[in-house]
Design a protein around this ligand. Structure first.
Ligand code: SF4
Length: 540
């Protein structure tokens, strides 16, 4: 039996490959990025036995995975929690179409917002879609659950959501691998109308989804991931979900917890097990990372008038990542704060790399806007968001992928001119193009800067879907040729760049400025790889 030490993300990736996936799609987003990277680097992908691809955005990734499932093969799609908002349309509808080949959607949540705009909990999306949800408590479960999830998906013809959080995605542990499963043969859905969501069909499919709920609950009742641990002290019963189970055990070094524990790893909730712990114990403590998802249900439709502790009564803070220390506090145990952090690893404010091309774009923009009142620059999500910080103070917003252009349009519609939208090349392809089309259609006075560094830099340098096509895309959606400029963001071009920006800020229509220079990090990596390749050729 093969043993490996894997990140949670890598365990999922290896699990998918061992469980017979044919295709995997994703848009990069922390903390989910490493799943697809791991599959892309695998021998199976390099030998073309698995199709692994970065997509333009999470919606296209979700739809491609649904297409693979339609064709009868196993597919996985991976995203961070906010990516599930982008994929929400096909995600929710996939619960109605159902799956043919096994389909698993990975949503990696980021409690405490280590690198995200919010803390949203993807379990609500799974419940909203009414599909089974899996939530691993460690790397081994993350690996095993992929096999289990594909089987569940194919048994009920339903997509399965696998939710994990940052700490599990990005920490390592040993896992034991299973025997590899062969990929499915191509086979189309038995019901040829299954994937046609015309209302007359969708209504039938929705009824079938509702009827499946009892089966999903029955599966949860017998799931190996929903486990009831006996405990002598019935003054308290603890319900844990996902990683919280590990945090609970960490507070008991001998792993002997005196209270009954219900460990949840599969949803919908196993009602019988929930009712057992509620009836057996005097009060309940709910430990879950994210929103009070289980706790809310216990306090409403499962309300047995027991005292229920968790995030909603302040036993655990309502916001932020769950930690072993927070669990200790909730259990009145001594907290386990570690040693003080040495000064050399003290947190430092994030900043653009020295020599980053965005620095020179922002210097020119700030100078071009001199003389105008503040608050005119709408930005987006990427390294360039750091332009909000000192010393640049160059941007005023960052809301979601693609919001820069559409928010700038709204502000211009409200009468604020000039306005600027700043967006990266990858984000522009992800969800900026349609906003630009809106601005062009209404001839909105907005200056759009597409900061082109040839990559998706913030998540580690994945390819950018619009590479080599940005000017063609802009012209195709109707940007006028004379108001489309490509700049070189380097110090010696500063005066020229500033003048072009000033001129376009004064234009009463849509202008697009593309400052273009490779990200320093990807350039360094590329040059290093080229040097190694050259040396290898010389030695051969
Ligand atoms: S990774 Fe690249 S784009 Fe991001 S700050 Fe560094 S140089 Fe700039």
């Amino acid at each position: 039996m093969q043993k490996n030490v894997f990140l949670g993300d890598e365990a999922i990736a290896q699990g998918a490959m061992d469980a017979g996936i044919s295709s995997i799609y994703a848009y990069p987003g922390t903390p989910s990025t490493e799943i697809l990277e791991f599959v892309i680097d695998s021998i199976k992908t390099r030998r073309h036995s698995i199709h692994a691809a970065w997509c333009t955005n999470e919606k296209t990734a979700m739809e491609a995975a649904l297409g693979v499932s339609y064709a009868g093969k196993r597919a996985m799609v991976c995203m961070k929690h906010v990516g599930l908002n982008v994929a929400a349309d096909p995600f929710i509808n996939s619960a109605i179409t159902g799956a043919n080949g096994g389909l698993i959607i990975i949503a990696a949540d980021d409690p405490s917002m280590h690198s995200s705009q919010n803390e949203q909990d993807s379990r609500f999306y799974g419940k909203f879609a009414m599909i089974p949800i899996l939530e691993p408590c460690n790397q081994q479960e993350a690996y095993d659950m992929v096999f289990y999830g594909f089987n569940l998906s194919e048994l009920y013809g339903i997509p399965v959501l696998l939710r994990l959080t940052t700490r599990l995605a990005h920490s390592r542990a040993g896992i034991i691998r299973k025997d590899t499963v062969e990929q499915n043969e191509l086979h189309l859905p038995a019901d040829p109308r299954q994937f046609i969501l015309l209302p007359v069909i969708a209504r039938q499919r929705f009824k079938a989804l509702l009827q499946s709920q009892l089966s999903f609950i029955a599966e949860s009742e017998k799931s190996p991931y929903n486990y009831y641990f006996e405990g002598d002290n019935k003054k308290l019963g603890i319900i844990t979900a996902g990683l919280a189970y590990n945090y609970l055990l960490e507070n008991y070094p001998d792993r002997i917890v005196p209270y009954p524990i219900l460990k949840i790893g599969q949803y919908p909730l196993p009602r019988t097990k929930i009712e057992r712990i509620i009836s057996e114990c005097e009060r309940i403590l709910v430990l879950e990372d994210g929103y009070p998802f289980i706790e809310e249900m216990l306090r409403s439709y499962l309300n047995h008038h027991k005292i229920i502790g968790g995030r909603m009564d302040g036993s655990i803070p309502l916001d932020g990542e769950l930690t072993p220390c927070k669990v200790a506090t909730a259990l009145n145990l001594p907290t386990c704060e570690g040693s003080p952090i040495p000064s050399i690893v003290r947190p430092r404010p994030p900043s653009l790399c020295k020599g980053c091309p965005h620095i020179y774009s922002y210097n020119a923009l700030n100078e071009a806007l001199t003389g105008y009142s503040k608050g005119r620059v709408f930005s987006d999500i990427g390294c360039y968001t750091l332009g909000a910080l000192s010393p640049y103070h160059a941007i005023n917003t960052c809301v979601d992928m693609g919001a820069s252009i559409t928010m700038a349009k709204g502000a211009a519609d409200a009468g604020l001119t000039p306005v600027v939208a700043v967006i990266g090349d990858s984000t522009f392809a992800h969800s900026g193009i349609t906003g630009l089309l809106d601005a062009v259609n209404y001839k909105t006075p907005v200056t759009v800067m597409i900061l082109d560094n040839y990559t998706t830099a913030m998540t580690g340098g994945q390819p950018s879907a619009g590479e080599g096509k940005l000017e063609a895309i802009c012209l195709a959606v109707g940007v006028e040729k004379e108001h489309l400029h490509v700049l070189s963001p380097i110090p010696k071009e500063h005066e020229k760049n500033t003048e072009i920006l000033k001129k376009e800020l004064a234009y009463n229509g849509v202008s697009v400025i593309i400052p273009r220079r490779e990200c320093i990090q990807t350039a360094t990596k590329r040059l290093r790889e080229e040097r190694i390749e050259k040396l290898q050729k010389q030695e051969a």
